[in-house]
Design a protein around this ligand. Structure first.
Ligand code: SIN
Length: 523
């Protein structure tokens, strides 16, 4: 079956949905998502959206904080666009029905109640308690569902992009899980909004869908991929054998929580003047150092002094979730560990989200536009999706009239008939995630990167064979993407002979004077 539309959007987080809500004004839209619409990292974002709204705050201050966290690798024009157009994008969200917390619940004209997170010199995080992403995602989904010319395809996973002989992207092969068939989606413009790569690591704050699909497909199609060594580890994920990837928001430290080692020492003062609110790379490395020194498996986050009433009101979701695991935040310290959280690199794009392949755009976490630099500032990620979906729309809508849908593409061929042994794929998956966590995590060195690469190459060969032997499935596509992304991260890390932002190597512990991006591609 072949499905044609002006736009093909792949992914249903804040970036993909925001883009769809604009794109339908210019043309027909097919939006595919590999699980349900709601399954994206956006729905799990707790903190909020950074935006200057307070009269005592300034754009300059938000810009400066973003540049400092980004450790010299942000693109200043992009940062300025994001910070200065943020209020317009927030207004659009509010007009669609989003309710950010206000100082007075009774008075809708009252000021926003602003949160504080690491690296911000002012309170400027708009939030909805500790379920900001979930609320935004709900609003966007409600709005998308009301629009007639947005066709939504759930349980559809892109297999690969279709690139014609003139090196233009003209669609994607897409696996329909219900039909167990691969279909051809043709479009004038393809937009990758597939989110991040957390599932490349064993411990991550990301949902199961974060398997780097957009980055892997763009790489295989020949696009430039930038700065993939910068994997940001969030300092505080709940340490619990049963809890899967539950984040304790940085906003908890913004409200006064203190990190303590198991001896009860508040150790952050030894690492940075901003202590617990230092940029994330610094806090995660500090925890890693403490854990290596002590041999302990976790450190504690202590917010008992804020008392039950405040905690229940400000962090209802975290409070409840912790209680479920037997931790009362008002009385117990919370055991936490750093976990893979955000991919600061991605598909290289310009300010209009255009990749190095014609008619292929990338927005949100799977894109690298220079906003995040070497280390993303807290709560700048939802903002990225909002702002650059608008820029992508502005550019792409004017292109539609000059692009013709290319019908002349080959059918997808997969002659394999086996059903695959899911345990083999599971073993491959676990092997990759474990070796990435052991060799390519918070502190790296050349020897470990070499060891990781050798192992990844072996697994890559095995996965190639799976494609010969097994019918297409979501598991098979995901393991292929995971392995490709792991390889890209390792190769990028090998190219950076310095420590900067989220990339720290004990072989080259200082930054170099020259600031440059790491670009890799398969050409
Ligand atoms: C958090 O709530 O700590 C996550 C926010 C973010 O990653 O920006």
């Amino acid at each position: 079956m072949t499905i044609k539309s002006d736009y093909l959007i792949i992914g249903s987080g804040i970036a993909g949905l925001s883009f769809a809500l604009k794109a339908h004004k210019a043309g027909t839209v097919s939006l595919i998502t590999k699980r349900k619409l709601f399954d994206s990292s956006t729905g799990k974002a707790q903190g909020g959206v950074a935006c200057v709204t307070d009269k005592d705050d300034t754009f300059e201050s938000h810009i400066r904080d973003t540049l400092v966290a980004g450790a010299g690798l942000c693109n200043e024009e992009i940062v300025e666009i994001a910070v200065k157009t943020a209020p317009d994008r927030i207004k659009e969200l509010i007009d669609m029905g989003m309710k950010f917390a206000k100082k007075s619940y009774k008075d809708s004209d009252s000021e926003f109640e602003l949160g504080l997170e690491g690296g911000h010199s002012k309170r400027r995080i708009l939030h909805a308690g500790d379920i900001t992403g979930e609320e935004i995602e709900k609003v966007l989904i409600d709005n998308v569902k009301k629009v007639e010319n947005i066709n939504i395809y759930e349980n559809h996973m892109a297999v690969d992009l279709i690139i014609d002989k003139n090196k233009r992207c003209c669609g994607a092969y897409v696996y329909d899980e219900e039909k167990s068939a691969v279909e051809t989606f043709l479009a004038k413009v393809v937009v990758l909004a597939c989110g991040g790569t957390g599932k490349v690591y064993l411990y991550t704050s990301n949902p199961d869908v974060a398997t780097g699909d957009g980055i892997a497909m763009a790489y295989r199609a020949g696009a430039d991929i930038a700065n993939m060594e910068f994997i940001q580890f969030h300092p505080t994920c709940l340490f619990n054998p049963v809890a899967k990837s539950f984040l304790i928001s940085e906003a908890v430290r913004g409200e006064g929580a203190i990190l303590k080692n198991q001896k009860g020492e508040a150790f952050m003062e030894r690492y940075h003047p901003l202590k617990d609110l230092a940029p994330r790379d610094i806090v995660s490395r500090a925890i890693d150092t403490e854990l290596k020194k002590s041999g302990d498996k976790f450190v504690y986050l202590d917010i008992r002094h804020r008392g039950e009433d405040f905690l229940v009101k400000r962090f209802p979701n975290i409070y409840e979730k912790c209680l479920f695991y037997g931790i009362d935040m008002a009385r117990d310290m919370i055991p936490v560990v750093p976990a893979a959280h955000y991919c600061c690199g991605g598909i290289a794009v310009d300010k209009y989200a255009q990749t190095t392949i014609k008619n292929l755009f990338a927005i949100g976490e799977n894109a690298c536009n220079g906003l995040q630099g070497a280390n993303r500032l807290a709560s700048n990620s939802l903002l990225d999706g909002l702002v650059f979906s608008e820029y992508a729309y502005q550019k792409s809508k004017d292109m539609l009239k000059d692009i013709f849908i290319n019908d002349n593409v080959p059918e997808f061929v997969n002659e394999a008939t086996g059903n695959g042994d899911p345990t083999i794929m599971l073993h491959n998956w676990e092997e990759v995630r474990r070796l990435m966590s052991n060799y390519v995590a918070i502190v790296r060195n050349d020897e470990r990167l070499q060891m990781a690469l050798k192992r990844i190459e072996l697994i890559k060969d095995e996965v190639k064979n799976h494609f010969r032997d097994f019918k297409v499935s979501i598991e098979l596509l995901e393991i292929k993407n995971i392995v490709d992304v792991a390889e890209i991260i390792v190769r990028s890390a090998m190219l950076r002979k310095e420590s900067r932002g989220a990339h720290y190597t004990s072989d080259y512990p200082s930054p170099l004077p020259e600031k440059k991006d790491t670009i890799i591609n398969i050409k």
